[in-house]
Design a protein around this ligand. Sequence first.
Ligand SMILES: C[S@@+](CC[C@H](N)C(=O)[O-])C[C@H]1O[C@@H](n2cnc3c(N)ncnc32)[C@H](O)[C@@H]1O
Length: 354
Amino acid sequence: MGQRWLLLRAPSSNRVYTAEAAAIGAREADLLGEAFTSRPLDAEPATVAGVEYLALTAPGESEADNRLRTALAYHSSAYALFAEESDSRLLPLALERRVNHPSDLISQLKYVGKTNEQFTQMMVNAAACASDNPSALLDGSLRLLDPVCGRGTTLNVALSLGLSPVGVDIDAKDAEAYRAFLTTWLRNHRYKHTAQAGRLSSNGKVHGQTFQAEFAQDKAAQKAGLSQHLTLHTCDTTLVGTLLPAGKTDVVVADLPYGVQHGARTDKLSRSPLELLRRALPGWRRALRKGGAMALAVNLKTTPHDELYAVCAEAGLKPRWPDRVGEMRHRVDNAIERDVALLVRDDYPAQTTN
Ligand SMILES: C[S@@+](CC[C@H](N)C(=O)[O-])C[C@H]1O[C@@H](n2cnc3c(N)ncnc32)[C@H](O)[C@@H]1O
C-alpha cells in the first residue's frame, strides 16, 4: 500500500469553476496517475486541519513515485504537494517543471469570453493522457493545435508548459489582440525573440493572415534547446485539413463556441457548433496523428451528447474512454452546462484502451 499524498490546489481565478474544480481535479489527477504510473491513484477531495486538498495514493516505489511527482507538477491546479508521514506530519515534495515562464503569460490578458485558464490546462493534460504518448507533455514535444483559439488561452497555457502550439481562429480582431499581447509580453520580459506576421496562402490562394513567433527566456535557454515556437493562423477552421500537414498533431484542444459569447461561424452564425464540427472535424482528424487525442469542451445546452458523438463518429473519431463519457460535466452558468469530450481516431490502437 503506497503513501497518501496531498495536493494543495491553487485558488482559481474563476469563482464558478472553483466550486466544480475539486471533482474535475480529482479526475485529472487520476488520468495523470494512470498515464505515468499505470496505477489508479483513487484521487478524492479531502480536508486536513481545515484545509482542502486532493488526496491520492502514491505507488510507493521510488521510480514510480518520482514519475508521479513530475507529472503532478503539470496538474492544472497544483500549488504544493505533501507526503503524509505515519505520524500525520506533512513532508513537502518539490513540484518542478521543465520551463518556468512568469505566470502573467496566462493571467494578464483578460476579456469577455475568455476560457478559464485552469480548465484549459486540465484539457491539455487530459488530451495528452488520452494520447498514446503522454510523456510528450513533460519533454515539450507535444504538438498541440487549438483550431478555435480565440485570443489564445490554450496557446498561452501550452507556452507556459514549454510547448510550441498552433492556433487557428476566424476572428481577425482576436488574432490582432493576441499578437499585440504576446509581442509586448516578450519584450517586457526581455525574452530573446523574433516575431513576424504575413499572409496565409497555399496553392497561390490567400486564406487569411499568419503570425509566427520564436522565443527563449535568455541565451542560456536558447543554447539548452529550450526555444519555443508559436503559430497563429487567422482563417476559417474548416481549412485546417488543407493548411496543416496530415498526421503531425499530437493533441487538438478546443473550447468550442457556446452560442453565448461566441457563435460558430459557417455560412451563418449559429448557436450550436454542430454544423461547424460537421465541416471542420474531418480536417482536424486529418491533422491528428494515429495515436493522438482531442479534448473538446462543449456546451451541452446547445450540443447534446448523442448529437456530438454522432458527428464525431461521422468524422472517424470515437470516445477514448466510452464508459467515462460525461464525467467532467459541470455547470458554468444558467446558459452553459459544460463537458469535455475526449476523442481519438477510430484507428486508435485498441490495446491501449482502459
Ligand atoms: C469559446 S471561443 C474560444 C475562446 C478561447 N479559448 C479563448 O479563451 O480566447 C470559440 C472561438 O471559435 C471561433 N470560431 C467560430 N467559428 C469559427 C470558424 N468557422 N473558424 C475558426 N474559428 C471559429 C470564434 O471566433 C471564437 O474565438
